[in-house]
Write a protein that binds this ligand. Structure first.
Ligand SMILES: *Cc1c(COP(=O)(O)O)cnc(C)c1O
Length: 434
């Protein structure tokens, strides 16, 4: 009997934790398109961002070699939060679907804040502590990022200030309470603390807020507080870099199990869990072509990769960030209200844009009903409750597993379970009526 047959579910115990991040930029088929400033006569967005961001951002967004060492203290924290996370084989789901495919889920939902966001939050808070800043400022939509940042800042004795889209902060009251217990100062956005928030409130005192108002609040607040820095939880190359621990561990775990993946699947919002899972597999993708398919699952409420245009656009709806080349629905696009806050951006990461443009990445869009039904099936067959965002990836896994059944191919389908759904049960209740 092979070791892998005996120890399948404890694969993490058999791999060593990665000690370096994988530099996706170095492995892209072309250089990452540069960011630009719009020619609108207003202050340079590039310079503003440089001023309010950590120095690490600049270093990691321009890293040159194939690898970036993970600082020792970050490795220690990764271990403390439970990395390497398990690579879990979903035999219950396989059996239910009657598929010959083997289905593996990388369990990022098992991290203490219930999502993969902690991988970058810990790295960013560590560098902030080294750069001697007082605290970090950010915005959050669905709340996983704000929660992760609060957790990470509390490790390093940093303050955290989170501008939380008002309607979502009300919906996610429990998550917000926990972030507060972790020491975060939370401001519902639009806030009364900034001019941009005051302007929105003057026009509409009952404004529910949006990612745009929250970014506006956070950037303006950061400009007024020079001992703080402004950080982001997705989209940018440095965030994707930190998330490559997901793919590196998965690669080692699959090797330990003697498995060769045929499909990698992740949900796509800003693209950081997708980039983190798939980045380290790029050299293998180039070598194996269609034998290794990379698949993005997006929300049909913001179908950028399936319906968007490839062009320069701001990544925030208020136009405060530089212009980035990627797939976009246009910064005026207002996604319909939905319970999948993490996938509702109008544009995405430039890195993901290059992969899609080069036809290395397939994309499919799912409705929130389809997605949450897939989540319910995970509960019924695996007793695992995925976050609504992760449910999109689960639905893509189900599609791939059924395709393998029809064509009788023995696929190895590996996906990222980006988060846990316990804080999102209101969404499950509202949509599925459970
Ligand atoms: C933030 C989030 C996402 C989407 O972000 P990406 O950067 O696209 O990965 C997906 N799932 C969960 C659980 C999240 O918290």
């Amino acid at each position: 009997m092979k070791v892998s047959e005996t120890f399948e579910l404890s694969a993490p115990a058999m791999i060593a934790a990665p000690t370096q991040w994988f530099n996706i930029l170095h492995h892209l088929p072309e250089p990452l398109p540069e960011v630009r400033d719009p020619e609108d006569g207003k202050a340079s967005r590039i310079e503003t961002m440089q001023r309010i961001r950590l120095k690490m951002t600049e270093d990691h967004d321009n890293a040159a070699g194939p690898w970036v060492p993970i600082p020792k203290p970050v490795l220690t924290q990764y271990q403390a939060i439970g990395r390497p996370t398990p690579l879990y084989r979903a035999r219950g789901l396989e059996k239910y679907l009657g598929t010959p495919a083997r289905l593996y889920f990388k369990r990022e939902d098992r991290l203490p804040t219930g999502s993969f966001k902690l991988n970058s939050a810990i790295a960013q808070a560590y560098y902030a502590s080294q750069e001697g800043v007082t605290g970090l400022i950010t915005e959050t939509g669905a709340g996983q990022w704000g929660h992760a940042l609060a957790y990470a800042c509390s490790i390093y004795g940093l303050k955290s200030v989170v501008f939380w889209v008002k309607v979502s902060q009300e919906q996610k009251g429990y998550r917000s309470a926990l972030a507060q217990m972790l020491g975060a100062t939370i401001h519902p956005s639009p806030s009364t603390l900034t001019l941009s928030g005051q302007t929105v409130l003057a026009n509409d005192p009952a404004s529910p807020g949006s990612l745009g108002t929250a970014i506006g609040d956070a950037i303006e607040y950061a400009m007024a507080h020079p001992d703080y820095r402004y950080v982001s939880g997705s989209n940018l190359p440095h965030v994707l870099l930190h998330q490559t621990v997901i793919g590196l561990e998965t690669k080692a775990q699959l090797a330990a199990l003697d498995e060769t993946p045929t499909r990698l699947i992740a949900c796509a919002g800003g693209g950081s869990n997708l980039g983190g899972l798939m980045g380290p597999f790029l050299p293998e993708k180039y070598a194996r072509g269609d034998d290794l398919r990379l698949i993005a699952a997006e929300s049909d409420a913001a179908p950028r990769l399936t319906c968007g245009e490839y062009r320069y656009d701001h990544s925030d709806p208020a136009g405060l960030t530089p212009l980035t080349l990627s797939y976009t629905l246009g910064m005026d696009y207002m996604p319909p209200a939905s319970h999948v806050g993490g996938l509702r951006q109008h544009s995405g990461s430039a890195v993901i844009g290059v992969l899609r443009r080069r036809q290395l990445l397939e994309a499919y869009a799912y409705s929130q009903v389809e997605a949450l039904q897939a989540g319910r099936l995970m509960v019924e067959t695996e007793r695992i409750l995925p976050a609504p965002e992760s449910c999109h990836a689960v639905q893509a896994v189900i599609d791939a597993a059924l395709e393998a059944k029809r064509s009788r191919r023995s696929e190895v389908i590996v996906s990222c379970l980006s988060g846990d759904g316990a804080f999102d049960l209101n969404g499950y209740k509202a949509i599925l009526g459970v």
